[in-house]
Design a protein around this ligand. Structure first.
Ligand code: ZN
Length: 274
């Protein structure tokens, strides 16, 4: 699933093509991606709507229209793009949402397995949605003390906590593994055992790694493509994710791969992470 750097890359790529454009009409191939909105409502609200802003919140792309926001949560196989017409056969086949624009191009949400979701929120719905999400890791207003306190409130594994979108948003399995390795923290440690200094270090490493991943246009380990349809580059810079059994980049010890923490793949160095 695309994490913060991937969605940020998509949003930055698409923003210049979308802001100021008007959606002429919208067609949806399947209803199963919709949450809290019917096909009929979505299609009628998108018709004639002007796009004012394209941003990111957590792992979601947000398209702000007149009084409403289209929230796109790309699943494992979802991608958002602006294309010239006519579409290639493959693009047409997996296009879930097709929205032709007033400049002759088309906004597409493409999703082979339809694991992503689309929401259309009014301002009150958006405020509720935004409130339920935790702080943005790259927001300078988030300080290490507050982050440390939210970790220490729980006895759950620190890896689970940093992937919990109520604690901090945007960090999924790839960047959680990387940030814990970079901080020298064992991913299975309980949140209430993380010291203030460790929390500060962990937040610094989360920020550093997310920024580096944005600069590299995200990590393509499977299906992710940028807003220009290209693979990202950060998969080549990963220290632990996808490297179970290989030597640790710091000490040479064989990296351990486990599924015991959160049923997801965790890779760690037993020597470097305590
Ligand atoms: Zn090591």
């Amino acid at each position: 699933m695309p994490e913060l750097p991937e969605v940020e890359t998509i949003v930055r790529d698409l923003r210049p093509s979308l802001v100021g454009r008007t959606i002429l009409r919208a067609a949806l191939s399947h209803d199963d991606v919709l949450r809290g909105v019917s096909r009929r409502t979505l299609v009628s609200r998108l018709r004639g709507a002007t796009i004012h802003e394209v941003t990111r919140r957590a792992k979601h792309a947000i398209v702000r229209l007149d009084g409403r926001r289209l929230v796109i949560q790309p699943g494992m196989t979802g991608s958002l793009m602006v294309q010239d017409l006519p579409l290639a056969e493959r693009e047409r086949r997996y296009a879930v949402l097709q929205a032709p624009l007033d400049d002759g191009r088309i906004l597409l949400y493409h999703d082979v397995r339809r694991l992503g979701t689309l929401l259309l929120l009014d301002e009150a719905g958006w405020e509720r949605y935004d409130r339920e999400l935790g702080p943005e890791p790259l927001d300078p207003a988030l300080n290490a003390e507050a982050f440390g306190r939210s970790l220490r409130r729980s006895r759950q594994a620190v890896k689970k906590l940093i992937m919990d979108q109520r604690v901090i948003v945007g960090v999924g399995n790839i960047y959680a593994n990387e940030a814990l390795f970079a901080s020298g923290i064992d991913p299975s440690r309980a949140g209430d055992r993380i010291t203030p200094d460790e929390a500060a270090l962990l937040l610094r490493e989360i920020r550093r790694i997310l920024q580096a991943a944005i600069m590299a246009r995200g990590s393509t380990v499977r299906d992710y493509r940028t807003g220009t349809g290209d693979p990202g580059g950060f998969q080549f810079a990963l220290d632990v994710y996808g490297r179970g059994g290989e030597p640790c980049v710091r000490c040479g010890t064989r990296l351990t791969e486990t599924h015991l923490i959160d049923a997801r793949t965790t890779v760690l160095c037993h020597r470097c992470q305590a």
